[in-house]
Design a protein around this ligand. Structure first.
Ligand code: ZN
Length: 536
């Protein structure tokens, strides 16, 4: 639904003329007045009862008594509701939906119904460096929310080195740097890495630093799914040290994706992780993190359980290795460790099949193995011989989650991907857990960590706050009913409680229902890229 006002200026001028008393300014015609709500501006400031005026896709006014100055074409009474900047999700896997040929997927409703008006894509090092092409497609087809892009280490490395486990030669490094530079110049906001994942896992720290310097030179940030969130290789604390080192050596702000301590072996390590990050921040380093409010991460059998060395060359190469008795025995032993690291087979819930795998979803790996009367590790191998499976991996302690959640450098994120309720319910769940739940977080702080603070760390200057001139991305939600509906067993249920949602001033949700509009935009970083041959 478009808030149209084509005929209004003339009408308003007439009306203003009639009503004007000497000394009175004429009423200014505007698209929309939202009044009566509890307004949070996204900066962390306490709520006000201000009126919010939107016109031409921008916030026109935030303050008292708007009716004495403006003539709105339309009004929304937000009495009893919270009015806030649309939420910004710094870590999603929404790129596939946003480039779909289906409008219902491009609407990005799993996020919109959480109050999210901007998603970042390309995280975990997965983002295509072809930013301009993605933006062009989004513009041509229309999308429901805004999108901001990160350039991913994965495709850049794979284009040059394939899935090989080695360092790049100097000429290969130059190609990778040029590719990243190109992506930044096309509008990426930063460089994302997922050093946990093959083939990025084959990189050494200095390779990542070299690339991060390119992004740093162009004003970007470094977004990282760290090399280890558990005890796979360098341990989560070692991976955090590497992350901070990359930030220092490349002089780039670092943003840690979905911060966690994964698996019983590292439970409680939030304490030392927080200490390391706060020491770095105290020393002037720019470090932030996002967190999703769930005890289970979402991954695949292959990524969760198979050692990196066995994945060199991809899943087909893995299957060949599993057919050789000797390599099979070694991989099997490592996978037994992998299951233990994740807290046991009862902590791995199969939520989706991939490839040719014929498995029932909704069972844990333990239940699946019991039904087949085999060991869990052999059940996992059987799945991998056919394809792969998505799993919800229950591997986090509530104490660690709570410890990270209240730090002032942690923002709300979803890591939204298929087969996990976090894609549909992270923001309302974080609201219920943090504001209504135990820590009793101030709602102003919750809004800030879901909008203004996130905009700032990404570099979005015209989003995340309600102030004149800012883009009119606005969520109006009911603080009583705002809640997730998605569960691990039924992960694809839209959240409830968002009554109205505006993206660039156009309404995407009205009275709790999707309007059918696609007003989102690709948000591109404006980067001063010279001729492209300076060696940043
Ligand atoms: Zn990740």
């Amino acid at each position: 639904m478009k808030v149209g006002n084509a005929a209004l200026p003339a009408f308003a001028a007439i009306l203003a003329g009639c009503q004007s008393l000497p000394g009175d300014a004429p009423l200014v015609p505007v698209d929309l007045l939202i009044s009566g709500g509890t307004v949070y501006d996204g900066t962390g400031s306490p709520a006000t009862a201000d009126d919010l005026v939107i016109s031409g896709g921008l916030v026109a006014y935030l303050g008292p008594d708007a009716r004495s100055r403006f003539l709105p074409a339309r009004e929304i009474d937000a009495t009893g509701l919270v009015v806030a900047p649309g939420f910004i999700d710094p870590h999603t896997h929404a790129a596939g939906d946003l480039s779909s040929d289906r409008a219902d997927r491009r609407a990005n409703l799993p996020f919109a119904f959480q109050g999210v008006t901007t998603v970042v894509v390309g995280n975990d090092g997965g983002g295509s460096p072809d930013v301009a092409a993605q933006a062009e497609l989004a513009r041509a087809q229309g999308i429901g929310t805004n999108v901001a892009y990160l350039a991913g280490f994965g495709p850049i490395r794979e284009e040059v080195l394939g899935k090989e486990d080695r360092a790049p030669e100097a000429d290969e490094m130059a190609v990778m740097k040029a590719r990243l530079r190109g992506a930044m110049c096309e509008g990426a906001w930063g460089f994302s890495a997922g050093l946990y994942y093959v083939p990025q896992a084959y990189s050494q720290t200095d390779e990542v630093v070299t690339l991060a310097r390119v992004a740093s030179g162009l004003g970007g940030y470094y977004d990282t799914h760290m090399r280890d969130e558990s005890t796979y290789n360098v341990t989560v604390t070692g991976a955090l040290a590497e992350t901070l080192e990359i930030g220092r050596l490349a002089d780039i702000p670092v943003h840690i994706a979905h911060i966690k301590a994964l698996g019983p072996a590292v439970w409680g390590h939030s304490t030392r992780m927080i200490e390391a990050i706060e020491d770095a921040r105290a020393a002037g380093q720019r470090v932030t993190a996002d967190q999703y409010p769930w005890e289970a991460s979402g991954t695949r059998i292959s990524a969760a359980l198979v050692p990196r060395s066995a994945l060199e060359g991809g899943l087909d190469a893995l299957r060949k290795r599993l057919k050789e008795p000797e390599t099979r025995a070694a991989i099997r032993a490592a996978m037994v460790d992998g299951i233990a690291r994740r807290g046991g087979a009862s902590k791995l819930l199969i939520t989706g099949r991939l490839g040719e795998a014929e498995i029932d979803t909704g069972l844990t790996l333990e239940e699946y193995a019991e039904a087949a009367n085999i060991e869990p590790v052999d059940a996992a191998i059987a799945i991998l011989m056919q394809g792969d499976a998505r799993v919800a991996s229950f591997n986090m302690s509530t104490d660690d989650i709570a410890a990270f959640a209240v730090r002032d450098w942690v923002v709300t994120g979803s890591d939204g991907s298929s087969g996990h309720p976090r894609k549909y319910g992270s923001f309302p769940k974080a609201y219920r857990d943090l504001v209504l739940g135990e820590p009793g977080m101030d709602l102003a702080r919750f809004v800030e960590r879901s909008s203004g603070q996130t905009a700032k760390l990404i570099g979005l200057q015209d989003r995340g706050r309600l102030a004149p001139g800012m883009a009119a991305d606005v969520v109006i939600f009911d603080p009583v009913t705002f809640a997730p509906q998605a569960t691990y067993q039924a992960p694809r249920e839209l959240s409830v409680g968002v009554r109205h949602l505006f993206v660039n001033g156009e309404q995407v949700i009205a009275e709790g229902a999707y309007t059918g509009s696609l007003p989102g935009r690709p948000l591109l970083k404006r980067t001063a890229c010279a001729q492209g041959n300076d060696d940043s």
